[in-house]
Design a protein around this ligand. Structure first.
Ligand SMILES: Cc1cc2nc3c(=O)[nH]c(=O)nc-3n(C[C@H](O)[C@H](O)[C@H](O)COP(=O)(O)O)c2cc1C
Length: 359
């Protein structure tokens, strides 16, 4: 088989998508239906953040239900009523109690994909995946839900495949936002996870996508070269016209240079915002801003939190954590989702031509 005709599960599962498979990360608070629909319309897979609160009274789930109804009506031109809704929903699985309430909403709207991230322990995903599979089988119509699990280590990848994940989102430590505190870059993770999958025939129907520091065609091409079959981008999609983030946050990303020094992986980013709920196997990468600089200057956490809250009460965003990956220095402007995806596909081709000249 040549690479041009190679069977690609992702295009088979998501027929509206072009090669290579591109998705936006389901960034809670930084993605909404407008953005997910724009990504899907551009021949990629749009995700919305579904949240982490699965209680029956959860506002996040009520919003998700309403937003998925909206997504369905807005995507009419590419979504046939008898087919799955061509967008996905991401959940943070720290507190999985009540997950069946989320599953019922996914089933009601027949979303094409679900994405699970950040369990307390890798083993926790087993019951969630079982729950999703049972709902899929019990569905009165043909529901082809695919289960994405984000993993940051080879061990977590093995567990996710054993548990029945359809897609591994391999997250390297260049990633923006939460991630494995002890991890590795895509350069190391993708080839080893690809070898692990390829060496076990039970996992032949698992697809691999790469996430972490990919912001342009060169990054996409590199991820594919390392063993991914598709890519996910988070930070790059924050700097788009459709992203619901405040403009100041987009501008911080656009103006940041040298992600090696302008961003840092730390648990502190959550401490300032009082969102320190993640277990210690995770931390997060964000731009070094005022709060982090205060921390480096020896200011106590309580005082940094007080300053943060004071700014937020005034409606100011300058002390907010700007979650962003180490490739921020290559993002120069806010663009539309459509233009971004078009330019990335074109860049991949020109990067490949240049690459061939060097081999
Ligand atoms: C602003 C922001 C918010 C994020 N929120 C989530 C989230 O809610 N759930 C999740 O699974 N991952 C989240 N992530 C991590 C992404 O899933 C993904 O791994 C990461 O964006 C990839 O790296 P990149 O940002 O360099 O593209 C977030 C990332 C960013 C930048």
């Amino acid at each position: 088989m040549t690479s041009g005709t190679q069977k690609n599960l992702l295009q088979e599962w998501f027929p509206h998508t072009a090669k290579p498979f591109i998705a936006n990360a389901p960034m809670l608070g930084f993605t909404d239906v407008r953005m997910a629909n724009a990504v899907t319309r551009a021949g990629s897979l749009g995700f919305v953040g579904g949240g982490f609160d699965f209680r029956p009274e959860s506002i996040q789930l009520a919003d998700l239900d309403a937003n998925l109804a909206k997504a369905g009506s807005e995507l009419k031109e590419i979504h046939e009523d008898d087919k799955d809704l061509p967008i996905g929903v991401g959940f943070i699985t720290l507190t999985p109690k009540g997950f069946e309430n989320a599953v019922a909403i996914l089933q009601k709207h027949r979303v094409a994909a679900v994405w699970l991230s950040f369990p307390q322990s890798d083993s926790d995903h087993l019951s969630l995946i079982d729950n999703l599979r049972k709902a899929k089988e019990a569905s009165p119509c043909d529901w082809n839900l695919k289960i994405f699990v984000q993993v940051g280590t080879v061990e977590a990848a093995k567990v996710a495949m054993e548990q029945g994940a359809d897609v591994l989102v391999v997250q390297g430590t260049d990633a923006g936002g939460h991630q494995w505190a002890q991890g590795a870059s895509l350069m190391s993770l993708l080839p080893e996870i690809r070898d692990t999958r390829d060496s076990d025939s039970r996992f032949g129907n698992v697809a691999i996508v790469g996430a972490g520091g990919i912001v342009d065609g060169r990054g996409c091409l590199a991820a594919l070269g390392l063993g991914a079959e598709g890519v996910v981008m988070g930070t790059r999609f924050v700097a788009t016209a459709e992203c619901p983030a405040p403009e100041e946050i987009k501008q911080v990303i656009v103006h940041a240079k040298d992600g090696a020094t302008s961003t840092v992986k730390s648990v502190q980013h959550d401490v300032y915002q009082s969102t320190d709920v993640f277990p210690r196997q995770y931390d997060g990468r964000a731009v070094i801003g005022l709060s982090y600089t205060d921390f480096q200057g020896g200011i106590a956490d309580d005082e940094i939190i007080r300053r943060y809250n004071e700014a937020r009460q005034k409606g100011e965003n300058h002390r907010r954590t700007v979650w962003a990956g180490a490739s921020v220095g290559v993002i120069h402007s806010v663009v539309t989702v459509e233009d971004l995806i078009k330019s990335i596909r074109a860049e991949m081709k020109s990067a490949l031509t240049k690459l061939m000249g060097n081999i």
